[in-house]
Design a protein around this ligand. Sequence first.
Ligand code: NDP
Ligand code: KAL
Length: 257
Amino acid sequence: MNFSLEGRTYVIMGVANKRSIAWGIATSLHAAGARLIFTYANERFEKPVRDLAATLDGQDALFYQCDVTSDEAVQTTFDQIKEDVGTIHGLAHCIAFAQKEDLKGDFVDTSRDGYLLAHNISAYSLVAVSRAAQPLMTEGGGIVTLTYLGGERVVKNYNVMGVAKASLDATMKYLANDLGQHGVRVNAISAGPIRTLSAKGVGDFNAILKNIEEKAPLRRTVTQEEVGDTAYYLLSNLSRGVTGEIIHVDSGYSILG
Ligand code: NDP
Ligand code: KAL
């Protein structure tokens, strides 16, 4: 069987810079021969994303602005992609956001607005994006989202984002059930802690990484490239029997009690 992604097109949402997990996914899919389409939320990220993509040898990438808080923006983006390339074969959703003040202290203090914002960007967006993308997956396809252990159990400071990830995990499963009949598989990768722009400003991130190095079965943290290679597996025919699944790429940390 041929697991090359030659002749296949994938949409990557959520590259902010070279440390982004989305960039790890982009490099893995590129290495497998895929054509890539990048979306960014804010126009200030257009040039950095274009500059990064230009480093991928022979990649003829496309770029679209897409703020996932707007249904109209999501629909317009996929209408435009349909016009420009026609069929796509998959999508990587690497998007999350919560207000800084909701990522510390007690979860019980989360405001209604903060709760809704985190869920809007980090969980509902997968519904909006999947609905708009599915009609373009005329040959079947794969959708992958990024989640974290803090959605399965309580992790200090993750707070409202943990509740949003729990919603994202369930959202992924309901979407997998809906879209399976169209040959579209929907899965999640639960990544271990990786230093990215989102993780910046998190107090004690060094201590979080050190704890993984001391306790995780593999005694080390994971890389963007390792998450990227699992995304490649989930977006290729290698995983053709897998949907509605959460794969932990976390050095085994989640098995610990
Ligand atoms: P990055 O900061 O690199 O990426 C976060 C991305 O979210 C940015 O590219 C940002 O886009 C995008 N985003 C935020 N708001 C919006 C919006 N309204 N519309 C569209 N895009 C938006 O961090 P990571 O690579 O760490 O995060 C990617 C995913 O991985 C997230 O879901 C995160 O929760 C998850 N994850 C991360 C872990 C880690 O340790 N780093 C561990 C487990 C999961 P823009 O740059 O254009 O603003
Ligand atoms: C327990 C962990 C420690 C960190 C606690 C919370 C982390 C939440 C992740 C969330 C996505 C971060 C933000 O929303 C940051 C945001 O408030 C400010 N940053 C930005 O606006 C930057 C510029 C943009 C690019 O960021 C976004 N997101 O748009 C969790 C650790 C151990 C694992 C992590 C980091 C998990 C995760 O989900 O990212």
